[in-house]
Design a protein around this ligand. Structure first.
Ligand SMILES: C[S@@+](CC[C@H](N)C(=O)[O-])C[C@H]1O[C@@H](n2cnc3c(N)ncnc32)[C@H](O)[C@@H]1O
Length: 301
């Protein structure tokens, strides 16, 4: 039976993504609790607080009896953040889908002693408005999780986050979004694809950097000249990493997340907006260690 909080998403890499971010949140509050009174968590694509995983049925074999398919409810990022110890002082959950907003509100109601705010609507608008209304970040340190399905996060949103100098960001960048919108043949790039890429990357330069004229001679000697994308997924990931590194004081090499057929889907980036060397050193140490453990868990047989 389904529930209001049912939210099935992600693939084989979702556990890894949530364990990397969850580990960071724990280490973050342990390290910063003694120095800061105000530790915040902002989940801009918060979902429902839960993740519904369908475990497929298993046929009986020589090793044992079969099992029926079943539904398992696991913790999503919002619930993971609520349960972090030492606790965050404030948790902000942003979410566009009304059904998910309702589930987040009921999660909030079940934690009446916690400072939880649920903001319905588009994450870009909600982030810009939250940041505009916050006069000072001097005594606050925050972690923001940007976990969209696709290419929703606009570059100007990242610029506003960077300006706070107080928010560290985990950003799940959709590589599949980039390579699907940036079609192989430039003739297939329409207005909406170009606009989506430029909104996310923050410059229209990707087009000249990713495409080149190619010349092909067919078996009849006819020459076909066309503008085609020469940038592959690794180049696109590097390009986006360079864009982030131009904006943020520090960015770590991302964790690549593939689907179950091994096709790249996402790159999980960590960017630090505080320019102070001590803050960068601490965040890099914690996140770097967790990301390395994440990468080695992927290659472990
Ligand atoms: C991948 S899910 C997030 C999962 C969540 N981080 C978790 O671990 O439980 C993405 C969520 O973003 C929401 N969403 C989609 N577009 C959005 C937007 N423009 N602004 C805010 N939320 C959006 C979707 O409804 C969905 O719940």
């Amino acid at each position: 039976m389904t529930a209001a909080s049912d939210h099935e998403f992600g693939g084989v890499s979702t556990d890894l993504k949530l364990s990397v971010v969850g580990n960071y949140l724990r280490q973050f509050t342990i390290a910063l609790r003694p120095q800061f009174e105000h530790l915040w968590y902002v989940d801009a694509f918060a979902g429902t607080g839960e993740r519904t995983v369908i475990i497929p049925s298993q046929a009986a074999d020589m090793f044992g009896p079969g099992a029926d398919a079943r539904i398992e409810r696991q913790r999503g990022s919002a619930r993971i953040a609520i349960e972090v110890e030492p606790k965050f002082d404030r948790l902000v959950f942003m979410e566009k889908r009304p059904k998910h907003v309702a589930a987040l509100n009921s999660l909030k109601s079940s934690h009446p002693n916690r400072n939880i705010e649920v903001i319905p609507g588009d994450a870009n608008t909600a982030i810009l408005s939250m940041l505009r209304n916050q006069n000072t970040w001097a005594r606050i340190r925050a972690v923001m999780f940007l976990d969209p399905y696709g290419m929703t996060v606009e570059w100007q949103t990242l610029e506003a986050i960077r300006e706070t100098q107080a928010i560290d960001v985990w950003y799940l960048v959709s590589l599949s979004g980039l390579f699907r919108q940036a079609t192989r043949d430039a003739e297939d790039l329409d207005f909406s694809k170009r606009a989506a890429l430029t909104r996310m990357i923050g410059t229209p330069d990707w087009e000249k950097d990713w495409y080149q004229m190619s010349r092909r001679t067919d078996m009849f000697g006819d020459v076909d000249e066309r503008l085609a994308r020469t940038a592959e997924v690794d180049d696109m990931e590097r390009y986006f990493a360079d864009r982030l590194a131009d904006l943020f004081p520090a960015v770590l090499p991302p964790l690549r997340l593939n689907d179950d057929r091994g096709i790249p889907q996402f790159a999980l980036f960590f960017a630090i907006s505080n320019p102070k060397p001590a803050a960068i050193g601490l965040a890099k140490r914690i996140a770097g260690h967790i990301l390395k453990a994440g990468i080695s868990s992927k290659v472990r047989p």
